[in-house]
Write a protein of this length. Structure first.
Ligand code: ADP
Ligand code: MG
Length: 763
């Protein structure tokens, strides 16, 4: 069943060639108990290792059940060791950190036997060797004889055809030795047992065949007659350790050095903690900013006014060049003329009716409203018991009136952004809407515009207040070829031509919409503009202005730049195109669509016909976003260094573990583990450490967000900013595992390359 033919094996150490086996040929039978005797160094162990597939012969052949092993691949040798061979060593070679039961099961695990079967078989063989009461003990809790019994049980577990025992009694007293030999003989009745021993009397008494060796040669063989048994042909069942077994093995190993593992994991989790905290913070801040943008900034209108700033690349480049020309502080007593780039950055938008049509056609699902503000002047007169009748100066920039935006289809921009506190808003009804701030305050200037001088006033009294808009023909008196504003405000106020305005509603910006609705304001519907224009467009002053090429009120000649006839006519109330257009995007997503739509208008238009919009929201948000991501990247880069350090550390730790577990590597290989499986065992170890350090890092980071948030709230008033995104947490744990795996990869490879024979020899 097993034959070795002209086997030669030599070792090369330091240039010196040592022939361990010199042309050894032996035929073994099934059911033999072969004892190999010989002095130390005669090649007995080498022979056993070669028969067991732990070591490779240099020349000759090993024939197993009629199959030559000359062309065996590594995995075939692994399978052969696992299926056909049971090893028993002088120093037992048990894995110390797992139980006796697990030691016996290990070989079966490698051959993929199910847990239940494995357990049953292990119990069976442990009972056979008389250890059924010790199965949960660790090897170092047993006596030498008991440990050798475990080794015998392990050798039997996979039901091999061949048991190889290398001085199994070498470390035992004579009484125990006899017991062990007897046991081997008993349990291996139907097997081929090849046992190396120093003890000739034991060999003589128990062996059925004695082979004596000397200097790598067989010098005597008490060969018995060859029985020609019906021999089966050799087939192999390949082995492989699944990752779960590797994990269990490593988990057990790690649990014997808990302190070290925790410390290692903690040290390597520091990088993770740093990055997790930074991510939690920047994530929180970004969320804060995003929320702000989504809720309010995105609804900040896109503004198209008659003048816009266009920052094109060319201008920016020119500015840069200009700055770089004079680098240092000048020491010369000279004054330099500087180009005015601001002028070339101002773009004049000519709002045409084509453009208005284009705006009208914007997809109504993108916008919640638009507002087309015209520049017609309102001649407003108010009345106050103390101050009498006064003209309201709306050119006061502190308190301009604003146009109520028009709703687009399916949305009510006012309802979305404001709470109505009193009255109701009807855009067709001529009247005003008063916007109060979140503490119901209204600026004094605005109250004065309404003729109110009180410190406090009830909603009712406000709603009863009335102001008037006088028409041009009442307001401008024609006198000696010139139009002069009247100062008889009482008459204007009481004129039946004047438009009466009352506060129809009081509103307040919603809490989360403060970016666009904070503060106080007076809002008017576009129907009021239309009415004022309707009443004024045929007024005498407008008719007169149409014929003149100078400003009828100031007598200034129109230049074509700022003081245009068109603007003056619009101011006086001749029907006109809007001077400012506000577009209110519905939300964050549709805002981009609005911008795309506006950009499309400019395609193929000359520079002077282009319409350039101002998008305050994106200017604000891109600024904040850029700063935030820059800070985040820098901080993460710093923390990553500690991640790299920790993965190097893991490499070192794993390497130490490989050194510590060399013996285990040898045992696993003897039991049929492939090189791959050994790599797997150590990868499993780093996997566990990586997982622990990742989890630990995330846990500590989450814990640290509590004081971090506390400090941030103290400093900035923002609550619960630092919040770790669960996806980031998972990614970081995975990164931690990948980095530790990388760190442990080389040591794990080193482990797998270890020669099993040498590995077994280490203490
Ligand atoms: P035995 O088991 O009979 O005492 P071994 O088979 O262990 O003898 O060794 C046979 C010879 O081969 C010895 O001279 C030993 O020094 C040498 N030898 C065994 N293994 C190695 C090795 N890995 N490297 C170098 N020499 C070795
Ligand atoms: Mg030996």
């Amino acid at each position: 069943m097993l034959e070795i033919k002209k086997i030669k094996k030599s070792y090369n150490t330091g240039g010196f060639k040592q022939d361990a086996l010199k042309d050894v040929s032996i035929k073994f039978q099934k059911n033999e108990f072969v004892a190999i005797l010989g002095p130390s160094g005669s090649g007995k162990t080498t022979l056993l290792n070669i028969i067991g597939g732990l070591d490779r012969y240099d020349s000759g052949d090993l024939i197993i059940n009629n199959k030559s092993t000359k062309k065996f691949k590594n995995n075939e040798w692994d399978a052969y060791r696992n299926n056909c061979i049971g090893f028993i060593f002088q120093n037992y070679n048990l894995i110390s950190h797992i139980s006796i039961l697990a030691n016996v099961e290990l070989g079966m695990t490698l051959s993929g036997i199910s847990a239940k079967k494995r357990h049953k078989k292990a119990l069976e063989v442990l009972k056979l060797v008389g250890l059924e009461n010790h199965i949960h003990k660790k090897p170092n809790q047993l006596s030498g004889g008991q440990m050798q019994r475990v080794a015998i049980a392990r050798a039997l577990a996979n039901n091999p055809d061949i048991i190889l025992a290398d001085e199994p009694t070498g470390a035992l007293d004579s009484k125990t030795s006899v017991q062990i030999i007897k046991l081997i003989k008993k349990v291996a009745q139907d097997k081929l047992v090849i046992m190396v021993t120093h003890n000739p009397s034991l060999a003589n008494e128990y062996a059925s065949r004695i082979i004596e060796m000397k200097d790598g040669k067989v010098i005597k063989d008490s060969k018995v007659e060859e029985k020609n048994l019906n021999e089966k042909n050799y087939t192999i069942k390949k082995t492989s350790m699944n990752f779960l077994t590797a994990l269990k093995l490593s988990l057990n190993n790690i649990s014997t050095k808990k302190g070290r593992t925790i410390l290692t994991a903690f040290a390597s989790s520091i990088g993770i903690i740093g990055i997790a905290l930074i991510l939690a913070l920047s994530n929180g801040f970004q969320k804060e900013v995003d929320e702000f943008e989504k809720d309010s900034l995105s609804q900040m209108p896109i503004i198209i006014s008659e003048q816009a700033v266009s920052m094109d690349q060319e201008t920016l480049k020119k500015m840069q060049l200009n700055e770089n020309k004079l680098k240092k502080y000048s020491t010369k007593k000279l004054v330099y003329a500087q180009d005015d780039f601001t002028n070339s950055m101002i773009h004049k938008n000519v709002i045409t009716s084509d453009f208005i049509d284009y705006i009208d056609k914007i997809d109504s699902s993108y916008v919640s409203g638009t507002s087309l503000q015209k520049s017609v002047r309102f001649n407003i007169i108010n009345y106050n018991e103390k101050k009498g009748y006064t003209l309201v100066d709306l050119s006061n920039q502190m308190a301009p009136w604003s146009l109520l935006p028009n709703n687009s289809k399916n949305s009510d921009i006012i309802k979305e952004n404001y709470d109505v506190l009193a009255g109701k808003i009807d855009k067709n009804e001529i009247g005003l809407v008063l916007q109060v701030d979140n503490k119901n305050r209204v600026s004094k200037t605005i109250l004065e515009q309404l003729g109110i001088n009180d410190e406090k006033i009830s909603f009712n009294d406000i709603m009863n207040k009335e102001v008037k808009i006088a028409i041009n023909d009442d307001y401008y008196n024609y006198y000696k070829g010139r139009f002069m504003p009247t100062n008889n405000y009482e008459k204007l106020y009481n004129s039946e031509n004047s438009i009466s305005l009352k506060i129809k509603a009081i509103i307040r910006g919603k809490k989360d919409k403060e970016a666009i609705t904070s503060g106080s304001n007076i809002l008017y519907p576009s129907s009021l503009t239309d009415l004022v224009i309707a009443k004024n467009k045929d007024s005498k002053i407008v008719k007169a202005q149409e014929k003149l090429d100078y400003n009828i009120l100031t007598n200034q000649k129109f230049d074509n730049e700022n003081n245009t006839k068109k603007a003056t006519l619009a101011y006086l109330g001749a029907d006109s195109l809007p001077s400012i257009i506000y577009i209110f995007p519905k939300n964050f997503e549709t805002k981009d669509k609005v911008i795309n739509y506006l950009d499309k208008y400019n395609n193929n238009l000359n520079q002077d016909k282009k319409i350039i919009y101002t998008d305050m929201a994106s200017m604000l948000s891109s600024l904040s976003g850029n700063i935030m991501s820059a800070i985040t990247i820098v901080l993460i880069a710093f923390s990553s260094i500690s991640l790299i350090v920790s993965s190097i550390m893991i490499g070192i730790i794993t390497y130490i573990s490989v050194l510590e577990r060399t013996k285990e590597i040898g045992i696993l290989r003897a039991l049929g583990a492939r090189k791959k499986d050994i790599t797997r065992v150590f990868n499993a170890e780093t996997f566990i450490i990586g997982l622990i350090s990742g989890l630990l890092g995330i846990l500590i980071a989450i814990f640290l967000t509590i004081p971090t948030n506390f400090i941030i709230e103290k400093l900035s008033g923002l609550a619960n900013v630092a919040k770790l995104n669960p996806i980031h947490a998972i990614i970081l744990i995975i990164i931690s595992m990948i980095l530790t795996l990388i760190g442990g990869f080389i040591p794990a490879k080193v482990a797998s390359k270890k020669n099993p024979v040498e590995a077994l020899r280490t203490e």
